[in-house]
Design a protein around this ligand. Structure first.
Ligand SMILES: Nc1nc2c(ncn2[C@@H]2O[C@H](COP(=O)(O)OP(=O)(O)OP(=O)(O)O)[C@@H](O)[C@H]2O)c(=O)[nH]1
Ligand SMILES: [Mg+2]
Length: 691
């Protein structure tokens, strides 16, 4: 075993930051997280602490404390020694889902000849397309340990992208240990810090996995030191600093305690899990109690509440109570109990403390609520999920093409869909606005909202979205805005241009270091300054730069920022885009559409090279004459259009513009389609192009 943390000076320093830890329970108890999910979108929800919630949770905490004291004082607890519950956490792309693939393979989860592919846990269509995990998922493997016993390891695979951090925060409530994966070349990044902080707060046992040691630029020892520094900076307790660590090549299913060990399997990792992660603490003989941390749907069974059994045993048909987050209690009966095994959900007749299960039969249960035995309906505290930082308006489609491509188009459709979403997407918020056709949807970042939009569009919804806006807050009467911690790796020659760009976006440089031929830049940047930055960054670094960012916190407003430096090409009248007209305009602009597409008055078909908007007659054809002048007929050679992806479109639009989203198209448009009306509404008149 490779134990880190022999440096006692560092340990001593670390203890300074650990005082008053006991107060953290209150921060996590959910008192400050009164999200009104049960009423769906029909009520604007707030985040203020409510006095009744406060007393309710104090009651909960006292009861919990009493139960624990009784447990300790009473007879020996009956624990599940045969179970370990772990979450795999890391910055995006450090190899979590790949590691789970090999944990499956090496525990006989698949048949020997079964063709299962890679990253099998990323089962959702968008996850496979984008190569990232979006939803946290449960699975389990059975491992036969060196000691001879078979241990069930329940595994939660979590997303690494910061926009889905809400998934990680709540699923950590199901586990007793975490595998913290860190890329052996990249080292700890903002995402690593976030997930480690959350798991240290919950006192989970960490196992550090330095992954991708096969990379040519791997620097495993250095990275392990950096991880240790990170533990220290996050105020880890002494026993947490004594974390076990392994080196791994997740892609080949290899883990080793020392770099030159001859290991060819994940055995050292499995053994660390069995030896170091404690078995789940709940007594199987106490009354049943479970916190719902995830919701799933099943066509046959309806809503499934997923969570880890905190204590007791549940049997099919047993009378239960749901304790809702507002304190109300409702009768419920379990119709099916499932446990997770590999990629399957397996039906069982009973489950007990430590098991991670899915329960059917409770249509009204929501995330953060407790299911408990009818005789002792004691609620469990939930984690507070961090607040959204970005909001957008979802608007019923009122473009001239509305209703032509989608199945669900009306206000009712949109409202019901969003209400359904917030029941399982915990870090999303939906509010009604003054206009019945407009819903304000807030999330943790552009990708969080873009994934929702893309999912809805694939389900057949048609709607429009406005430019994202960051959510400001007044703290001690000072206007504050969300800031992002940005880490950038670029080849040295692009450093200047990146620093200049972020400077214009009010970024403040915190650090600059040389890492193996690349420069690593660290910035704190207003979140609104990052809108639209990624695509510029990619162009400026010719695709060689790597950008990571995570929510940093709220800071006083940094002043005005420039958004787009270029105007829009706005269509003059409904028609079909004609190559000739596009060709005449292409020197002054970049088109977002192919020739031949139908366009409408007020639609945006491209970007002007100047800063003002230009109204264009994209349907203009060449005057036909009887004369054929030899050599003067120019061939129409069009530049390929720059077709924007959903995220690029969202980043590009200005305040007076919308992205129209349908199952078939992504169009950009002016909010006011009529040119005169638009000119009246805006101070600056658009130029009419002469072609
Ligand atoms: N060289 C190398 N590449 C690896 C290793 N493990 C994973 N990868 C690659 O890293 C990429 C990301 O892997 P994933 O398993 O999707 O990473 P993840 O942490 O689950 O990503 P998110 O869930 O989106 O945060 C894939 O292209 C993997 O093939 C490894 O040990 N060595
Ligand atoms: Mg993943």
């Amino acid at each position: 075993m490779n134990w880190v943390g022999k440096d006692t000076t560092k340990k001593r320093e670390s203890q300074e930051g650990l005082k008053n830890r006991g107060f953290q329970f209150w921060a996590k108890s959910g008192i400050f997280d009164e999200r009104n999910t049960r009423n769906g979108a029909s009520k604007a929800s707030g985040w203020c602490p409510k006095p009744e919630a406060f007393f309710f949770y104090i009651g909960v905490a006292l009861l919990q404390g009493r139960n624990e004291r009784e447990n300790r004082a009473g007879m020996a607890m009956k624990l599940r020694e045969d179970i370990r519950n772990i979450a795999i956490i890391a910055h995006v792309d450090h190899g979590k889902t790949t590691l789970v693939d090999h944990m499956f393979r090496q525990t006989g989860t698949f048949r020997a000849n079964q063709d299962v592919g890679t990253r099998v846990m990323d089962s959702n269509e968008l996850e496979r397309e984008r190569g990232i995990t979006i939803l946290a998922k449960n699975t389990a493997v059975f491992y036969k340990s060196d000691g001879g016993s078979t241990v069930k390891i329940n595994i939660v695979d979590t997303p690494g992208h910061s926009d889905f951090a809400g998934e990680v925060e709540r699923t950590l409530k199901m586990v007793d240990g975490v595998l913290l994966l860190v890329d052996a070349a990249e080292g700890p990044l903002p995402g690593t810090k976030f997930v480690l902080k959350k798991s240290l707060e919950l006192s989970l046992q960490p196992i550090v996995v330095i992954n991708k040691i096969d990379r040519k630029d791997a620097r495993p020892h250095e990275v392990l030191d950096e991880v240790f520094e990170l533990f220290l900076s996050l105020g880890a307790k002494d026993h947490q600093l004594d974390f076990p660590s392994v080196y791994a090549i997740a892609k080949q299913g290899i883990a080793k305690r020392e770099l030159d060990d001859p290991s060819a399997s994940l055995k050292p990792l499995f053994e660390s899990i069995v030896q170091k992660v404690p078995p789940p603490p709940g007594d199987v003989e106490l009354p049943f109690q479970m916190l719902v941390t995830t919701i799933d749907y099943n066509d046959y069974l309806g809503r499934l509440g997923i969570g880890r059994v905190t204590r007791g045993t549940i049997r099919m048909g047993a009378p239960m109570k749901i304790i809702h987050r507002d304190g109300s209690v409702e009768d419920a009966r379990v119709t099916k109990i499932y446990v997770f095994e590999g990629l399957k959900r397996v039906e069982v007749q009973e489950a007990s403390a430590g098991d991670i299960i899915a329960l059917a039969g409770m249509e009204d249960v929501d995330i953060g609520e407790t299911i408990a035995e009818a005789s002792d309906p004691t609620p469990l505290p939930f984690v507070s999920i961090e607040e959204p930082t970005l909001s957008m308006n979802f608007v019923v489609n009122n473009s001239p093409f509305a209703g032509q491509e989608g199945k669900y188009v009306t206000t009712r459709h949109l409202g019901e869909r969003l209400a359904r979403e917030i029941r399982s997407n915990v870090s999303l918020r939906v509010e009604l606005t003054d206009s019945p056709d407009v819903f304000k949807v807030s999330g943790r970042g552009e990708l969080h909202l873009a994934i929702l939009i893309e999912t809805m569009r694939r389900e057949g919804y048609e709607f429009q979205v406005s430019r994202p806006e960051v959510i400001y807050k007044r703290i001690d009467d000072v206007l504050c805005e969300p800031m992002e911690h940005v880490i950038i790796d670029v080849p040295d020659e692009h450093v200047g241009v990146v620093i200049e760009n972020l400077g214009q976006r009010k970024g403040e440089m915190k650090n600059m270091i040389q890492v193996q031929g690349n420069t690593r830049l660290e910035f704190i940047v207003p979140a609104r300054g990052l809108l639209g930055f990624r695509s510029e960054f990619m162009t400026q670094t010719k695709g060689t730069g790597i950008l990571h960012h995570n929510f940093h916190g709220y800071e006083p407003y940094k002043g005005d920022l420039m958004h787009r430096t270029r105007g829009a090409l706005v269509v003059l009248e409904d028609c079909m885009a004609v190559p000739y007209a596009m060709w005449k305009l292409q020197e002054r602009s970049t088109f977002f559409v192919e020739p031949g597409v139908r366009v409408y008055k007020g639609m945006i078909v491209g970007e002007n090279s100047r800063e003002y908007d230009m109204v264009i007659n994209v349907c203009k054809t060449k005057h036909l004459t009887n004369m054929r002048a030899s050599g003067s007929d120019e061939a129409v050679r069009l530049e390929p259009p720059h077709i924007l992806t959903l995220e690029q479109a969202i980043e590009w639009i200005g305040d007076d513009e919308y992205v129209e989203v349908t199952p078939l198209s992504i169009r950009l448009r002016k909010r006011y389609l009529d040119h005169n009306e638009r000119n009246r509404m805006s101070k600056k008149k658009a130029e009419i192009a002469d072609i």
